[in-house]
Design a protein. Structure first.
Length: 207
């Protein structure tokens, strides 16, 4: 499986993907990294590993069609057949989602469908979780469709919300499980163990 990683931040989930590949836990290769931010740490990680790294933002283009055409060309040029969003803070164009239908996944730092949607990213998610007073949070890997955080859920894992948690302490614990379940979900795709029927998706166990 040839993966393109789209990331906007420091790239810790991207690093977890690379680590899983290195240790033989994920039979895949990262062919390129794309970020909407030129200063993203994910781009530096990619360059350190000799992985092609590109800054591509909609504002660089005269039209949405030109933006989609360039992204599509990049993905085709590098033989990409799967997209992993790893802290990517832009909504993918609908034309790209359609082209890679059921081959795009995202990692979200909460238990969807709760605490998802527009504006629910990073520390804002954990602030909302604590404000709601829930006792359990976690992380979700889901398929990407044309709406924020609404695609079929593939894998979730929970963490306890502690009485003295801050958004930062909760984020740190959730991030640890993100780094576990994201490579697991990608490996399931690479091994052909993901089944998708309409709005439902699940991972079949190893035979």
């Amino acid at each position: 499986m040839n993966i393109a990683v789209f990331a906007s931040g420091r790239g810790s989930n991207f690093q977890a993907i690379l680590s899983a590949i290195h240790h033989g836990q994920l039979p895949a290769a990262v062919r390129l990294v794309v970020s909407n931010k030129s200063t993203a740490g994910a781009l530096e990680i990619a360059r350190a590993h000799q992985i092609p790294a590109f800054h591509r933002a909609p504002s660089q283009y005269q039209s949405a069609d030109a933006y989609v055409a360039d992204l599509t060309s990049l993905l085709e040029e590098h033989g990409v057949d799967f997209i992993a969003l790893a802290g990517y803070l832009k909504q993918l164009p609908a034309a790209l989602v359609s082209r890679f239908r059921n081959r795009i996944v995202n990692i979200h730092p909460a238990l969807l469908p709760a605490f998802g949607g527009m504006g629910m990213y990073g520390v804002h998610v954990h602030e909302a979780v604590l404000a709601a007073g829930v006792k359990v949070s976690g992380a979700t890997v889901h398929l990407v469709d044309e709406e924020y955080d609404r695609g079929p859920i593939l894998l979730q894992r929970t963490v306890e919300v502690l009485p003295d948690d801050t958004p930062e302490t909760l984020a740190a614990r959730v991030l640890k499980i993100e780094h576990v379940i994201y490579p697991e979900a990608l490996a399931a795709f690479a091994e052909g163990r993901v089944r998708i029927e309409g709005r439902k998706a699940w991972i079949q166990p190893h035979r």
